[in-house]
Design a protein around this ligand. Sequence first.
Ligand code: G3P
Length: 220
Amino acid sequence: MGVIIINFKAYKEGSGKQAIELAKIVEDVSTRADDYIAIAPPLLDIQEIVSQIQVDVYSQHVDAVSYGSHTGRITPEMIHEKGVKGSLINHSEYRLKLADIEFLVSRFRELGLTSVICTNNVSTTASAAALEPDYVAIEPPELIGSGIPVSKAEPEIVENSVRAAKDISSEVKVLCGAGISKHEDYVTALDLGADGVLLASGIVKAKDRKKALEELVGLR
Ligand code: G3P
């Protein structure tokens, strides 16, 4: 059994009505799968999902500020108040400064939010692990959205990231992502020592999302 976090990004297929529809699919498949499946929908859809659907919801990003005079910002306290489980931090498509990443991990710890720091290679994975987040998620940017699974195309980056992170803190869980869509890609990631996967297009943009998710977790 592993961890699967599905990032809806800002895909049309992952927004508004389609976000709700996909969250319901995840809720349904979760009841039959052995895996922990969580989602990271767009912020505007979070409240509706949290109030109606039994699934752990993550934010895709949070700003590194607390309540105060910060126009247009979303703080860790705001997502916590909405019943959100945690957030991705420093996604490849929304990079942050090191000091901001550290601020968010510390504040998440105080609030009981789950932190998932995204990284791009083995050394940034080691640096991220030193901040002792709940998860680090290694995603080589060139494979994101490519359909080429990181667990198959670059198994060494997954293995070495797992080793680097666990050497620094055995408590930190490691996810890998980019191009993951099939059960085989997921199982290979687990075999390489990852605790799970972070993925997007393989499920969000699939023609039949329910079928794609069932296939990912081995129910087909
Ligand atoms: O956050 C997950 C993501 O960056 C990987 O995207 O479409 O390659 O699964 P994708």
